[in-house]
Design a binder for this molecule. Structure first.
Ligand code: PHE
Length: 500
């Protein structure tokens, strides 16, 4: 409605010379009018020029003077012709003031009136008696205030006096004068965003204006979920395993018995890793209630006295130790269960992998948390050798983007031989340890019932290590746990392994 008024007016008139006057004439709120003028100006429909006017604004006190008369006149008129005791004057003034004024205002009017009337020498004080000094007074202050209120010109001296009494203050008023702009039209055309059927059917397509494309627009931020970097790397590694013909192992049990986590892996019961400093043991339920008994017997025997060409450890193997529940310290516990299950049927070669969480009772620092993810792969087949292990590791790691590998002899209770895996890091210009590997010992495999000519080659690494390298994260607490910055997770790029 304000827009129509402005554009309509300009159709027949040169200009709107003053938006303030225009808003009063048309009964439009000035602020609303200003918004419309700015918008029309922006689209070149009109050209607006600033108008600034200084306007005197009456204070609340001044407004009461306009209504009831100035304080000095009220005071003068309250003084009786015969005079009065100063002590009584305040009461007399107050009694003459309109009843709708509150007491504080009345006191204020009395104070100001007294000061001003004395200054004007309208009244005098002698021996505590107040008397009139002039016969008649005129309320110039009130008249001036009314003139100012009506926007009439008032002399500089008077303005100054009123200003000093804080009855008026200056306010800058802003408005516009408005003329037709280069894109003037009596009605604003709305630019179309798309060509639609109506435009064609009604033959409007020739005349309509289209909104220009904003190629710099960023688009709406998406509110959807996003994948954690660990998950992205995990998916990629999973792809590699699947492409290499591996099957996933079921790792959905964080709680494991010591038997499957340690004993079945020929890890002696006195081994330091089985200490509560390294392993989280469960309080409830503290022990497992089912283990395959015949297999347990064979494991006990191999620990105590060996077999299959081994001398064993020669100690008293305790069932209670094997029964203790814990949070699995490696996914090799799952590999062990899988191999045992495999051994229960007619033998078929297998390639298994898993990527899941493991727990170790470690001091937390920049590179260690008490839980992390382990990537594990194994191949179980007849006639496998260390050469096969090296070959498969070269293949696997080159697919991750690590094609320069070195191996270092190592020790695991359940593998022989064992090799630590190092990869040359192009960025760091040095060899970094990336994983551990080996061939499972006969002491582990034979008690399960796997045929004598079946070997298992296996390797393990953490998921965190490659993820931190790929995403340039140097503190593991920025990757996993309650200190992770979620917005970082949102902004992380996708992961493509082997291309870095
Ligand atoms: N379980 C080993 C670890 O926790 C990794 C590993 C897996 C080593 C398979 C050899 C063979 O580090």
């Amino acid at each position: 409605m304000a827009e129509e008024a402005v554009l309509g007016h300009l159709e027949h008139n040169q200009e709107i010379s003053d938006s303030g006057v225009f808003s009063q004439e048309k009964g439009i709120d000035h602020d609303e009018l200003v918004n419309i003028i700015k918008s029309l100006n922006g689209f070149g429909l009109v050209i607006a020029a600033d108008i600034k006017r200084e306007k005197w604004l009456l204070s609340d006190e001044a407004q009461s003077y306009v209504k009831y008369g100035s304080a000095e006149v009220l005071l003068f008129e309250a003084v009786p012709a015969e005079g009065t005791a100063k002590a009584k004057l305040q009461e007399i003034v107050k009694s003459k003031l309109p009843a709708d004024l509150d007491d504080t205002t009345k006191s204020l009017i009395y104070d100001k009136g007294w000061a001003q009337a004395m200054k004007n020498k309208w009244v005098g004080l002698a021996d505590s008696q107040v008397s009139r000094k002039v016969e008649h007074v005129e309320d110039r202050v009130k008249d001036l205030l009314i003139q100012i209120q009506n926007g009439e010109a008032v002399g500089a001296k008077d303005i100054d006096a009123l200003k000093r009494r804080r009855l008026i203050s200056l306010q800058i008023w802003k408005g516009y004068s408005v003329k037709k702009g280069p894109n003037y039209a009596p009605k604003r055309k709305k630019a179309a965003t798309d060509l639609v059927r109506d435009h064609l059917q009604r033959d409007e397509w020739k005349d309509i204006e289209f909104k220009e494309y904003n190629f710099l627009a960023k688009g709406q931020p998406t509110e959807g979920g996003c994948l954690h970097p660990l998950y992205k790397v995990k998916q990629q590694i999973q792809m590699i395993f699947l492409q290499m013909g591996f099957e996933e192992m079921p790792t959905n049990n964080y709680v494991e018995s010591s038997f499957w986590n340690f004993d079945a892996l020929f890890q002696p019961q006195q081994h330091p890793a089985r200490d509560s400093h390294d392993t989280f043991f469960l309080k409830v339920p503290s022990t497992t209630n089912s283990l395959p008994e015949e297999y347990v017997e064979r494991v006990k025997t191999v620990h105590e006295s060996g077999g299959y060409g081994s001398r064993g450890y020669g100690y008293d193997w305790k069932r209670e130790e094997a029964n203790k529940n814990l949070l699995r310290t490696h996914t090799t516990a799952v590999s062990t269960r899988m191999l045992y299950a495999l051994a229960q049927g007619p033998f078929t070669p297998k390639r298994y992998y898993s990527i899941d969480r493991v727990f170790r009772n470690e001091a937390v620092d920049r590179t260690h948390l008490a839980e992390f993810h382990q990537i594990e792969g194994l191949i179980c087949d007849r006639g496998l050798s260390l050469g096969h292990l090296r070959g498969v590791l070269e293949d696997f790691f080159s697919r991750i983007g690590m094609s320069k590998l070195k191996f270092k002899p190592a020790y695991n209770p359940y593998t022989e031989p064992s090799m630590e895996i190092f990869s040359y890091h192009e960025g760091l210009k040095k060899w970094v340890e990336i994983g551990n590997s080996g061939m499972f010992r006969p002491e582990m495999l034979r008690p399960m019932g796997l045929p004598e000519d079946v070997q298992v080659i296996a390797w393990g690494l953490s998921l965190e290590r490659p993820t931190m390298i790929l995403y340039g994260i140097d503190n593991i607490r920025d990757l996993f746990g309650h200190k992770v910055d979620l917005s970082l997770t949102k902004r992380n790029p996708i992961c493509r392994l082997g291309l870095n």
